[in-house]
Design a protein around this ligand. Structure first.
Ligand SMILES: *Cc1c(COP(=O)(O)O)cnc(C)c1O
Length: 427
């Protein structure tokens, strides 16, 4: 269906495959038969090289909370560019940004700026191991924390984790214990039976297995158990930071993690992430501490300018912005739920604040196993019908759709109409 419609994208993809492995620079960007290539994006819209316009719900996988080419952010970056782009020496604005983050995330007493979510979680885990002198990290099946050794693991039998990538040694994987999200008993049992747990890392709201919400009191109990056993709790707020609320999921649920990672929405499309936590933990970082982390581009002036502008814009607009995002999301979710009900399509819709996802399954989705019951073939067809109707959601069932501050009522109506037609096609 798409093959005939997007000749320019197809031709670019054919060229790309010859010089870029699989034709894409990150695996999730690929979908069959080939992805559309982007010409430009503005606000809630994205245009492909074949002249089609889409309402964007991929939003850089959640990074663009303020929409594409936000004028404040672009202005701040343009102004900064005139002063040079990299110094290898500190600037005042790094201090400003760390202070801003610390104020909105009081658990992040000290903050190190980094470039990607992966880098931040990799360092968070190293820190947890460094301060506790213990080996094992607990993660939850379906949570994604970036593409590095200790996180590219799957649950195997009897808590024997296995690597999910060639090149990641099972020798590494076995130091990561994988448990089920929303299963507090399993977490408690693993922590109490093992005195070698260096840390627990979690996406407080799971945005990388479709969208999965924490059950009532789940995060509070996780906090209580980890504290009782003196195990550092790492909130990976790479998606939820600034999105669940300006203070992330920790503010939304009132939980105080020991270590937090931020990414995606922090720079509204610019390359930046942050790692922060308790003073005693953060002080273990080199050069004063013995846990090493370093990067040429960390805290680069361009990304820092983008992040400061993003946060200031959010602070100014938050009282209207967050309720509006939640309202639009709810409108979409209610409408498509009614349509799917009328069409008698087995489905679940999970949503919170500015995130939502539909799953084609008749049973509730609350963890990895229940998420995997979804009909992914149906989702793939559904995704393509939506594209045809001018709606771009992430191509995988196991991702989340994101709204931005640029989405308007007209987008919402267009989206509902497109979901209606796409649902009829996959009925
Ligand atoms: C995207 C993501 C990461 C990885 O961030 P990158 O910037 O892609 O390295 C880590 N954790 C979570 C929860 C994410 O969604």
């Amino acid at each position: 269906m798409q093959r005939k419609l997007l000749p320019n994208s197809k031709s670019l993809f054919d060229s790309a495959r010859k010089v870029i492995p699989s034709g894409v620079n990150s695996p999730v960007r690929y979908y069959a038969p080939y992805p559309f290539f982007v010409k430009k994006a503005h606000g809630s819209s994205i245009w492909d090289v074949d002249g089609n316009k889409y309402v964007d719900y991929c939003n850089g996988y959640g990074a663009l909370l303020l929409g594409h080419a936000n004028k404040n952010v672009i202005h701040a970056v343009k102004k900064r560019l005139a002063y040079g782009t990299l110094y290898g020496a500190p600037i005042e604005q790094e201090v400003d940004l760390a202070r801003l983050i610390s104020k909105l995330y009081p658990t992040m007493k000290k903050v190190r700026l980094m470039n990607s979510g992966s880098e931040a979680t990799m360092t968070a885990i190293r820190l947890a191991r460094g301060i506790t002198k213990r080996k094992k990290i607990i993660k939850f099946e379906g949570c994604y924390h970036g593409a590095h050794e200790s996180m590219l693991v799957h649950a195997g039998s009897a808590h024997n984790s296995i690597s999910i990538s060639d090149g990641v040694l099972n020798d590494f994987a076995r130091h990561t214990i994988v448990v089920q999200y929303n299963n507090i008993e399993q977490l408690e049992s693993v922590i109490s039976k093992n005195n070698d747990i260096a840390g627990v890392i979690v996406e407080p709201v799971l945005g990388n297995m479709g969208l999965i919400l924490p059950e009532k009191n789940y995060l509070a109990r996780m906090r209580k158990i980890t504290k009782q056993h003196d195990v550092p709790l790492i909130f990976d707020e790479t998606i939820t930071g600034f999105r669940m609320s300006i203070g992330g999921a920790q503010q939304y649920y009132g939980i105080k993690p020991d270590i937090t990672t931020l990414g995606k929405a922090l720079g509204n499309g610019f390359v930046i992430s942050a790692l922060g936590g308790r003073n005693d933990i953060m002080d273990q970082l080199a050069p004063n501490g013995k846990v090493y982390a370093a990067s040429t581009f960390a805290g680069n002036p361009v990304s820092v300018a983008a992040a400061i502008s993003t946060i200031k814009t959010l602070i100014k607009s938050k009282s209207k912005l967050y309720p509006r995002l939640a309202k639009y999301t709810q409108e979409i979710v209610n409408a498509i739920g009614d349509i799917a009900d009328d069409l008698k399509i087995a489905h679940q819709i999970n949503s919170i604040e500015s995130m939502f996802q539909i799953f084609f399954t008749s049973s509730p989705v609350f963890d990895y196993v229940s998420s995997k019951k979804s009909d992914t073939k149906k989702f793939h067809a559904f995704f393509h019908y939506l594209l045809k109707k001018g709606i771009f959601i992430p191509p995988s069932q196991f991702e989340t759709a994101f709204l931005s501050s640029s989405h308007c009522e007209a987008d919402v109506l267009k989206t509902i109409a497109a979901y209606d037609q796409a649902l009829r096609m996959v009925r």
